[in-house]
Design a protein. Structure first.
Length: 435
């Protein structure tokens, strides 16, 4: 039944504990050479105080996150172990029965004892210029490179196509765990420090300082972020090919434009007190965002023969982008097929783009002084003011009935459909007493 034969050996053979020989404290090699220089400069090339050329670079480090390793693998045997008990009735369960329960292979969490420190190298070079009228313009190149970033992989899986080879599973009585490289365990989630990332961007800003009752900023960034995993807790799909995951980051947005502003309406100098109280003190402000969509990854049903996952569909030709999209057809799902057994598909990670952002938040304020040091502010705030329907998540799962099969209308299911939207228009009223 796939259980461990009683008295067949030490079920935790191969597991080491802190304090054992050749095991460093904290399970990782201690590193003391974290040289972290900083360099920066600013230069006024014309000497008139209106132009500045700035640049800088630095090396930064991140700590190793213990929560990714269950805080020192606290969940591993022999500290915890889950036997299976068949007692018939719940009132028959006892410590003795549990201790004698049938033992099955369990999963482990571990990490690389080399313990490289996640490192970020950053740099920037920019020019700022005063344009007059309290307005300035900035343009800069900003980049960084991440090295030794944490990622996870299951090291107790098999090479591609192993279990789909005829006769392989039959040779072990169809018990998958008997084929694993480390016998006696199921998945072994191994935390390593070898992932990389890169970021390059052109960042611009047109800014007007507050003057004559108006201030505003227009920011635009054109960028590209590439990585193998987006976060420390991400697990790569196929344990033997991390480079297969190198693609646009899940948080990458090619274009990001943000416009924010505050405008105070003119104040009446003349008129009676009631008129000035009603008409003075009005202010409008807002934030407008127009952003490209984030990437997303297509997945597919199939058996890669690895005892793991990471399967993506095959691209079989045709236009992926649709000229006219609707909530039932965000992309052309008929350009993809389920891959053959024992393969992972030819579509890359984060190969498609999700919906962008076109959002306007506008607020109207009324400030009224009711005493020398007491003011009342009425706030009328709207979010997604124009109530744009903004799609968000997309169903990215390809599920075809047979290996090599292209999706059809009959088998498509919900693939390619919009599954959620961003918030509709919200209106918020408020009152603040300032004293």
């Amino acid at each position: 039944f796939g259980s461990i034969i009683p008295n067949s050996g030490n079920v935790i053979n191969g597991i080491v504990m802190e304090g054992d020989a050749d095991v460093p404290k904290g399970f990782s090699k201690h590193r003391y050479n974290n040289w972290s220089p900083r360099l920066g400069f600013a230069w006024d090339p014309f000497g008139d105080g209106k132009t500045s050329i700035r640049g800088g670079a630095g090396i930064f480090y991140e700590r190793i996150r213990q929560n990714n390793t269950n805080f020192g693998v606290q969940g591993n045997p022999p500290l915890t172990y889950n036997p299976r008990v068949a007692a018939g009735n719940i009132d028959n369960v006892s410590p003795a029965l549990v201790a004698s329960g049938v033992r099955f292979p369990v999963g482990l969490t571990a990490w690389d004892a080399e313990g490289q420190i996640p490192t970020i190298n950053t740099w920037s070079l920019g020019i700022q210029r005063e344009l007059g009228g309290r307005t300035s313009f900035d343009i800069a190149y900003v980049g960084n490179a991440g090295r030794h970033l944490m990622y996870r992989r299951d090291i107790n899986t098999l090479p591609l196509g192993t279990t789909t080879t005829p006769g392989v599973l039959a040779s072990v009585n169809n018990r998958n765990d008997a084929l694993r490289p480390y016998k006696g365990y199921t998945g072994i989630t191994f935390n390593e420090f070898g992932a990389i990332s890169n970021y390059h961007s052109l960042q611009t800003r047109l800014s007007r300082r507050f003057a004559r009752s108006f201030t505003a900023n227009v920011n635009y960034t054109w960028s590209k972020a590439m990585d193998e995993t987006d976060g420390d807790g991400d697990t790569i799909g196929y344990a033997y090919d991390r480079r297969r995951e190198y693609a646009p980051a899940g948080f990458d947005r090619t274009h990001v434009m943000t416009f924010d502003y505050v405008y105070e309406f003119p104040q009446l100098a003349n008129g009676n007190g009631f008129v000035k109280t009603v008409l003075n003190g009005w202010q409008i402000s807002g934030i407008t965002r127009m952003w490209s969509g984030r990437p997303f990854t297509l997945t597919s049903n199939a058996n890669p023969g690895t005892l793991g996952g990471g399967v993506r569909p095959d691209y079989v030709g045709g236009n992926i982008e649709l000229e006219e999209k609707d909530r039932f057809n965000y992309f052309n799902i008929f350009a993809f097929a389920r891959p053959a057994e024992g393969t992972l598909g030819n579509v890359g990670r984060n190969s498609l783009r999700g919906p962008g952002v076109n959002n306007w938040d506008i607020s109207l304020f009324k400030n009224t002084r009711i005493a020398e040091r007491v003011n009342v502010q009425f706030r009328f705030e709207t979010f997604n003011t124009f109530n744009h329907t903004q799609w968000d998540a997309i169903n990215t799962s390809i599920n075809a009935p047979n290996p090599g099969a292209i999706l059809t209308q009959a088998t498509r299911g919900n693939a390619g459909q919009v599954t959620s939207t961003r918030d509709p228009r919200n209106i918020q009223l408020g009152m603040k007493l300032l004293f």
